[in-house]
Design a protein around this ligand. Sequence first.
Ligand SMILES: Nc1ncnc2c1ncn2[C@@H]1O[C@H](COP(=O)(O)OP(=O)(O)O)[C@@H](O)[C@H]1O
Ligand SMILES: [Mg+2]
Length: 377
Amino acid sequence: MSAMTAMTAISAPARPARPGIHIEGLAVGYGSGAAVIEGLALDIEAGSFFTLLGPSGCGKTTLLRTIAGFVAARAGRIRFGPRDVTAVPPHRRDIGMVFQDYALFPDKTVFDHVAYGLRARGRDAASIARQAGVALERVGLSALGQRHPAALSGGQRQRVALARALVIEPQVLLMDEPLSNLDAKLRLQVRQTIAELQAEAGITTVFVTHDQDEALALSHRIGVMNHGRLEQVGTPAEIYRRPASGYVADFVGAANLLPVTLGEGVAAGGTTQVPLAGTRIAAVAPAALSAGAALLMARPESLVLAPPAAPGAKGAPAIAARVLRRQYLGEKTSYRVALDRGEELQVDCHGPAHDVHRVGDVAMLAFDPAATLVLAR
Ligand SMILES: Nc1ncnc2c1ncn2[C@@H]1O[C@H](COP(=O)(O)OP(=O)(O)O)[C@@H](O)[C@H]1O
Ligand SMILES: [Mg+2]
């Protein structure tokens, strides 16, 4: 080996590998019970922040714990990069974990929590002090190394858990609802810390939450789960703007979902005409859509409510809508309106005159053709 190569090897130790996570044909269940997860496939890009989002009981924790190795797969494979970890025990998978309840030891100091993983790996005292110090500094706890958990706030406890998970430079970071026990203000602060640490370390991260705002704010990609299945996987904007189903549209953000019946000649994969309230409105249709029962989806903020004399938005035909309720919210007014045949929608108006409509008024409702979807029912 040349002197130059040896120098490089010493001065710039290779960063730990940041593998992607690849899951195929995964089935998981408890005891002899029915499968909680079945036929699940998922690819998480190396170095990315991936969120599993879904309501309580849909299988998020089960999937995360299977990735960690605490729950065995009944079928299928899990790989970290090229390495098949399906049969590897948790302590050999090279993961860091953060839990909702912090999982700290009452009799250990903050420093000892963070040093623990380094000691277990047989590092010398000087490197332990240095690396634990860096980790505590990154989570803003340098001054609190000698405290015990009882003398910390919830946000500080979760920062200890974060430092403990990251100090060992794991290949994969797994977090199960780490912000759920924090009050609203702390939740935002620790959320920011998590985003910064993940971006800085570029560590492949799987984050579990039932909170759509957290998922949208933090993730490169989101997997929306429903009863042990991944209903849709995509970027936050794809999930929000192009939900693949009524379930996703309703779970992520507010959505008006109206049952409609499509005639023959649906322009699947393009813009199609959807009959509604005696007229037809343009909506984006997925590639696999055929005639028959469907759902029309429009976000409340994509709808325009105009006084009867005004033309519809962007020349789209407008439908008469009666204002049933209104809620003035400062930056917007949220209206409940009814169409001729009783269909009800929520319309959120922004802009300088957002509060002009009164209960009982008939206004003209227009749909934005680029933001209105038709989905399979
Ligand atoms: N240890 C367990 N034993 C038996 N069933 C479990 C266990 N943990 C979770 N389950 C069941 O698995 C399903 C998914 O639960 P979980 O993965 O905890 O969902 P989530 O994290 O999305 O709330 C639920 O029906 C739950 O009752
Ligand atoms: Mg859970």
